[in-house]
Design a protein around this ligand. Structure first.
Ligand code: NAD
Length: 298
C-alpha cells in the first residue's frame, strides 16, 4: 500500500532514518526545529511541511524522533501539533526515547481522537541509523505493529513487538541501563590498565577476545582511547534516559544502585562542560578522578 510518511525531528538519528525511508521509495514530508536539516532532506527528494500540523494533515503515518518527553508532548498535543492536523486513522510512531508513562499518556489522548500510536525507540546509534540496521523495540497493538512493519524494515534489522503501549520505552530503559554501566566498566578497565603501564590498544584487543567483549567496547573503545568524543549520542541525552530509568524504577519499587552512581558521574561530565560530547566521554571523569589520561599512553 502506498503510504505518505511525515517525519519530525531531523537530528543525528532522524536525518539518516528519513533518508533511508526516501531510499526505500516512500513519499516523505519533513519538519524540524532548525532549517538546515530540512533543506538537506528536500535536496534528497522530501517535501518540506509548513508546520507539524501540516505534516500530519498530509500523512498516513507520522514518525517523531525528538530529544525528550516534553518535546514529544508538545509536538503531539500542542496547538499546531500532530493531533491538531491529524486525519482519523493516522498512525503516529514515536521513535524518540521518552518516559513510558508519557508514551501511555500521549497514546490515551491520541486514541480519543481516532489516531493510532506506537512507541518504537531504537538502539544502534548513529551508525545503525545510517546503515538501516537499528534494533527497534515496539509498544502498541499488534495490528498497528503489523501496519508499521514495512516502514520499520527500511530502518532496522531487529524489530520486536514488546507488548502494549509503553512497552517499547520500557525495554529501551533496560537497554540504557546496560549501555551506561558498560561504558563506565570499559572506562574503569582502560584507566586501570593504562595507569598501571599497559597500552590501551592492548587492553582493548585482549578484552575484545574474551568474556568482557561487548558491542559498546567494539564500537566506542577505539574512539575512547583516542579521545574522539564527537557525538554519536550526546551525554546530556543519556542522562535524560537515566532520569527516565530512575523514575520508572521508583514507580515499580526497583533498586538500581549502579545506575544511580553512573548518573552522578554523568552529572560530573555535564557540569564540566561535556553535555554535548558523546556519552563515551564518561571516560574523562574516571581519568580526572584517577589523575591519569589515556592520551599519556602510560
Ligand atoms: P538530536 O538532538 O541530534 O536531534 C533532535 C532533533 O529534534 C533536532 O534536529 C531538533 O532540531 C529537533 N527538534 C527538537 N524539538 C523539536 C520540535 N519541537 N519540533 C521539530 N523538531 C524538533 O538528537 P538525536 O541524537 O537524534 O536523538 C533523538 C532521540 O533518539 C532522543 O530521544 C535520543 O535519546 C534517541 N536516541 C539517540 C541515539 C543516538 O545515538 N544519537 C540512539 C538511540 C536513541
Amino acid at each position: 500500500m502506498a503510504q505518505n510518511i511525515g517525519f519530525i525531528g531531523l537530528g543525528i538519528m532522524g536525518k539518516p532514518m528519513a533518508l533511508n525511508l526516501l531510499k526505500a521509495g516512500y513519499a516523505l514530508t519533513v519538519f524540524n526545529r532548525s532549517r538546515p536539516a530540512i533543506a538537506e532532506l528536500v535536496a534528497a527528494g522530501a517535501t518540506a511541511g509548513a508546520s507539524v500540523a501540516d505534516v500530519a494533515s498530509q500523512s498516513d503515518i507520522v514518525i517523531t524522533m525528538l530529544p525528550d518527553s516534553p518535546d514529544v508532548e508538545s509536538v503531539m498535543l500542542g496547538q499546531d501539533g500532530i493531533l491538531a492536523g491529524a486525519r482519523e486513522g493516522l498512525l503516529v510512531i514515536d521513535m524518540s526515547t521518552i518516559a513510558p508513562a508519557v508514551a501511555q499518556r500521549v497514546t490515551d489522548e491520541a486514541h480519543q481522537r481516532g489516531v493510532h500510536t506506537l512507541d518504537a525507540p531504537v538502539s544502534g546509534g548513529d551508525k545503525g541509523a545510517i546503515a538501516g540496521t537499528l534494533s527497534i523495540m515496539v509498544g502498541g497493538s499488534v495490528e498497528d505493529f503489523e501496519r508499521a512493519l514495512p516502514v520499520f524494515e527500511a530502518l532496522g534489522k531487529t524489530i520486536t513487538h514488546c507488548g502494549p503501549s509503553g512497552a517499547g520505552q520500557t525495554v529501551k530503559a533496560c537497554n540504557q541501563v546496560a549501555v551506561a554501566l558498560t561504558i563506565q566498566a570499559v572506562s574503569e578497565a582502560l584507566v586501570l590498565g593504562s595507569k598501571a603501564g599497559v597500552q590501551p590498544e592492548i587492553i582493548l584487543k585482549v578484552l575484545g577476545g574474551g568474556l568482557a567483549q561487548s558491542r559498546v567496547m567494539d564500537m566506542r573503545g577505539p574512539t575512547m582511547i583516542e579521545h574522539h568524543f564527537e557525538p554519536g549520542f550526546k551525554a546530556r541525552l543519556h542522562q535524560k534516559d537515566l532520569r527516565i530509568i530512575t523514575q520508572t524504577a521508583q514507580t515499580y519499587g526497583v533498586v538500581l544502585p549502579m545506575t544511580t552512581l553512573v548518573d552522578q558521574l554523568f552529572t560530573a561530565l555535564i557540569e564540566g562542560g561535556g553535555g554535548d560530547l558523546d556519552h563515551s566521554a564518561l571516560l574523562t571523569v574516571v581519568e580526572q578522578l584517577s589523575n591519569h589520561s589515556l592520551m599519556q599512553k602510560a
